[in-house]
Each structure stands twice: as structure tokens, then as C-alpha cells.
Design a protein around this ligand. Sequence first.
Ligand code: ZN
Length: 153
Amino acid sequence: MEWWRHLRKLDHHMPWGEVWKMNPDLVMCLDQFLFDNSLDFQILCGTQGVHSGKLHEQGFAVDFGVSCHKRRRFDVLIDLFRYPFRGIGVYPYGRYPKLKNPLALHCDMRPLTEQPFGVRKLWIGIPKDMTDRSQGNNYYGLNEENLKRFGVI
Ligand SMILES: [Zn+2]
């Protein structure tokens, strides 16, 4: 747990779930992204995340929101891609009431055994039923066409 002291934006009191399971590479990479880009943010979940199954349970994934009120959501996404997350999910309808113009994201450091080296897992998650989020999401490719279709850019 000693490595948490070196972070600049994140700390172990945030809602990570089982904080001791959180993967240091993932948390340090997210901390760097938030620090470099001076983003307001909110951590939603770590190990208690419901989707992406074992990745969350084992501490390899985090769901969070960033505020895009100073910069366009597309620019924030481009910046996010500069960091070596191995999985990135965008949730255009994710809700973060405390953040201005929020962008809801999932980032992970999935083990290399689950994804070929240098290949990222990318997706857009859209609720199956906007009035009942418990129905889960439909998943789409993370590309320009779908980013426009779902109002991210
Ligand atoms: Zn997630």
C-alpha cells in the first residue's frame, strides 16, 4: 500500500471497493492522466464494479467520470488514448451529477494473457433501456461513427 503515497490526484480513501486489490499500474496510470490534464473527476468503483466481470473483481479495472467543461469530450478522449491502458470503455449516458459535462469511462490494465500485446480492447456502452439501467448495456465499437452516433463528439 506504500505506493499510494506517491499519487497526486488519487488516494486510497476513494471508493475503490477492496482497495488493497487495486493494480498499481492501473491506479498510477490513471493518476498520471488526471494530473497531466488537470481534470475534475469522480471515482465510481474499482473491485465492486459490476461489468467487465473478473477485471473489476481482481482490481484491474476502474470506472470513473471526468468533467469536460473546459475542453471538448473528444479532446479528453484523445488525451486518454496517450496513456497505456489496455482496455477503454466509453459510456456516453453514464451519470455523474457532481461533474460538469461528465464523460463516463472504464479503464483497465487487463493481463496480457487476455489481450494480444499492443492491442487495446475498446468499446462504447449504451444502456439497453434508458429508464431501467439494471438491464445492462449494449456494446458498440469505439470509432468515429459511433462516437458521433451517440453524441460523444
Ligand atoms: Zn468498468
